[in-house]
Design a protein around this ligand. Structure first.
Ligand SMILES: Cc1cc2nc3c(=O)[nH]c(=O)nc-3n(C[C@H](O)[C@H](O)[C@H](O)COP(=O)(O)O)c2cc1C
Length: 414
């Protein structure tokens, strides 16, 4: 299965920051995802992390100086600047950002930044006062105006003991942005995608709830793919363990009723709706106002049905809206999915097997069938949730292309 960075060539520029060791994880994840990575270490970076580590991880010679190596045509700065699909500067020091903003070219990395036409993605890492300094902020503004991209920094405890913005953002967030930047086609540009994700927690009393095992991993994968394709993404999420993409708008809810309210509020502005949350079918009739004390007696809870979110919005669906549902089934996945298609007015149902190893709740992989009206169910092999999201959006794109003219509400976005 090709990874998210398959056939991409990435220059990973590493600067003199305490966070330089995290570049090893980034390099490793990029290589795992199919990228060819060329690490470049500034002189200061080499005080923090060894070129040999990066060479081992990337399988390519690391670039550590301007002279000497430049005799090797393969890593001559102009050649690499042409070859790269992306320059990722992580961690990016205040010094590198300043030099890039001013067009200074006094080492291999800064010279290549001038020579390349590839997108630049900076992940800054520095002390909070260095980050907040007007000089740094002006440099970031200059680079942003010229089209460079920034991800992070995060706020939190810094190595110097200060607490504030300046910490290198989580590598996962950097990689999310890399994925988006590496895909120059945006077939879903202007489309608004609404995804429900995660579990629901239905309260029993103020400290207990009835929940389910949904991790939100499928919702996260779908949101990432929608972003990669240029859509504007909103995720209405119940409790979940998988982090949500930072570039998506997230709305946090607990119960199915709250989820319905959040979806309904956005329904008219939605082009593509994907119901990936494991919505609680039932809630406790009357949650207790105070914590229930154990007294040894049998406790009986009355459960009442929750609103069916997908069915609810399915009834209002306009001809220009596309909706996709999931059917998590322990048996008869395709038959149940076909039934759901018409009952909930879905354009596509992803039937997935739960209760088997490596598929369903909490796993990183899924075994699924794609079921659409008037077509034979397509059985997919066991694949990662990321790969499944790509397949789902491939189907959605076919439907988007075939969908009727926009309603007046969405005229501008199509
Ligand atoms: C222990 C230590 C940690 C440092 N961490 C950072 C940092 O996180 N961010 C930063 O901008 N500079 C940091 N510096 C300062 C840079 O290494 C210094 O500005 C250097 O000139 C950056 O060079 P470069 O941008 O060519 O890598 C640190 C210095 C030391 C000694």
């Amino acid at each position: 299965m090709p990874g998210p960075y398959a056939d991409k060539e990435i220059v990973l520029g590493i600067t003199g920051s305490i966070a330089a060791y995290k570049a090893c994880e980034l390099a490793s994840r990029l290589v795992e995802g199919g990228a060819t990575v060329r690490a470049v270490l500034t002189g200061a970076a080499q005080e923090f992390v060894g070129a040999a580590s990066l060479e081992g991880i990337t399988g390519n010679p690391a670039i550590t100086s301007m002279f000497g190596q430049a005799t090797n045509p393969e890593i001559e700065h102009i050649a690499v600047a042409r070859w790269a699909d992306l320059f990722l500067l992580a961690p990016a020091s205040a010094n590198l950002i300043a030099k890039a903003a001013q067009g200074i070219a006094d080492d291999w990395l800064t010279t290549s930044l001038l020579a390349t036409r590839a997108p630049l993605l900076f992940a800054p890492a520095m002390n909070m006062h260095m980050y907040a300094h007007p000089a740094t902020q002006a440099n970031i503004a200059t680079l942003t105006e010229r089209g460079a991209h920034f991800v992070g920094p995060d706020s939190g405890a810094l190595a110097c003991g200060d607490v504030g913005p300046g910490r290198l953002i989580d590598p996962a967030a950097i990689l999310e942005r890399v994925r988006v930047l590496l895909n120059p086609v945006h077939p879903l540009a202007g489309k608004r995608v609404l995804i429900t994700s995660g579990a629901n927690h239905e309260p029993v009393d103020p400290v207990r709830f009835i929940g389910n095992r949904s991790s939100g991993k499928m919702g996260r994968a779908l949101a990432l793919e929608a972003l990669r394709q240029g859509a504007e993404v909103t995720v209405v999420t119940g409790p979940h363990e998988a982090p949500l993409p930072r570039d998506a708008q997230s709305i946090h809810v607990e119960t199915a009723a709250e989820m319905l309210e959040a979806v309904e509020a956005r329904w008219n502005d939605t082009d593509i709706f994907i119901a990936a949350a494991a919505v609680a079918d039932y809630r406790v009739d009357r949650p207790m106002a105070e914590k229930h004390k154990r007294d040894g007696s049998v406790l009986t809870l009355t459960l009442v049905p929750n609103p069916d979110i997908a069915r609810h919005v399915g009834l209002k669906k306009r001809a220009d809206q596309i909706s996709v549902g999931f059917a998590a089934e322990t048996h008869d996945a395709v038959r149940n999915a076909t039934d759901k298609l018409s009952r909930k007015n879905f354009d596509l149902v992803v039937a997935n097997e739960v209760g088997v190893a490596e598929s369903g709740f909490g796993t990183d992989t899924n075994k699924a069938w794609l079921v659409a009206p008037g077509m034979e169910a397509e059985e997919l092999p066991l694949m990662t949730k990321d790969a499944l999201a790509v397949r789902i959006f491939a189907r959605i794109l076919t439907a988007v292309t075939a969908s009727p003219d926009p309603s007046p509400v969405h005229g501008a976005s199509r």
